[in-house]
Each structure stands twice: as structure tokens, then as C-alpha cells.
Design a binder for this molecule. Structure first.
Ligand code: MG
Length: 170
């Protein structure tokens, strides 16, 4: 049994995570168009992870006997004219997602819903990683991406990112 408000927030989060996947796929498309296939790969992997997050929230609702309502996924709306726009929009987006998860945690705490707090612990740690990864990308781009050779090598590094299913043992 879940409190109605918490169930609604988690149902919203299913949609937000699918939107995140959509947003990162949009970034991947942009990077591909720019000839940066390694950056595109990095965002494709990111999009897969976001779909996993959506499924984890969806499964949590199902495990608690809550009916899941899938809403329309918003169109990615970030204006991208250079790759740095995607990197910065990614960091901004992850900070927003952290605020959403913190808000659900806050409600769970207020309701003494320890089960949901424990479920959210994984996402609290995940958001630390997501923000760090997004910030690291910006730093690397600032340090190495300003000349063609550096950008080429950074693109190669990002091409090596491989998708792995999320471990729930954080
Ligand atoms: Mg996520």
C-alpha cells in the first residue's frame, strides 16, 4: 500500500525518466549530425539507462499493487547549436531530476514511508553519479575539446562507453 500522493509522484517520475531517455536520444541524434559518433554513443547509453530508471519506478508501483498510468512524453525542447549546449543541458537536466527525486524522498519521509525511502536510496546515489558524469563531460570538453585533435580523442573515449544493466546493489 502506498500513500496516494507518493504513488502519484512516482507515477510522474516514470514519465520524467522516459522523457530523460527521449532527451538523451535527441542529444545523440544531434551529436551524430555533428559527426561526433562517440558523443552520440555516450548519449545512447545514457538513454538506455533512463529507460531502466523508468522501469524501476514502474515496477515499484506494480510491486505495491498500484495501477500505473502512462502519460504522453513531452517533445525534447533543448535548443542545440553546438555540442557544449547538449553537455550543459544534460547537467541542468540531471540537477532537475535530483530535485524531483529529493521531493519524493521528502514526501516519503513526511509520511514515515520507510519502504519508499529505502527504494529511493538507489536513486539518490545514482543522481550523485549522474551529476558528476555530466559535470566531468563539461570539464573534459573545456580542457580537451577546443582543438580538433583533442576533440577527436575525446570522441574516441566516449565511443567506448558500454551499456550495462543497473546494479541494484548501490
Ligand atoms: Mg534517471
Amino acid at each position: 500500500m502506498l500513500n496516494k500522493k507518493i504513488a502519484e509522484l512516482i507515477n510522474d517520475q516514470v514519465n520524467k525518466e522516459f522523457y530523460s531517455a527521449y532527451l538523451y536520444l535527441d542529444f545523440a541524434n544531434f551529436c551524430d549530425d555533428e559527426g561526433l559518433d562517440g558523443f552520440a554513443n555516450w548519449y545512447e547509453v545514457q538513454a538506455q539507462e533512463e529507460r531502466d530508471h523508468a522501469m524501476m519506478f514502474r515496477n515499484y508501483l506494480k510491486d505495491n499493487g498500484v495501477k500505473v498510468t502512462l502519460e504522453a512524453i513531452a517533445k525534447p525542447d533543448k535548443k542545440l547549436t553546438k555540442v557544449m549546449d547538449a553537455l550543459q543541458a544534460g547537467l541542468e537536466h540531471e540537477r532537475y531530476v535530483t530535485s524531483l527525486i529529493n521531493n519524493i524522498y521528502h514526501e516519503a519521509f513526511a509520511e514515515k514511508d520507510y519502504k519508499t525511502m529505502q527504494f529511493l536510496d538507489w536513486f539518490i546515489k545514482e543522481q550523485l553519479e549522474e551529476e558528476k558524469n555530466a559535470d566531468d563531460l563539461i570539464k573534459k570538453m573545456n580542457t580537451f575539446g577546443s582543438d580538433a585533435r583533442g576533440l577527436y580523442l575525446l570522441n574516441q573515449e566516449l565511443a567506448a562507453r558500454v551499456y550495462t544493466a543497473p546494479s541494484t546493489n548501490k
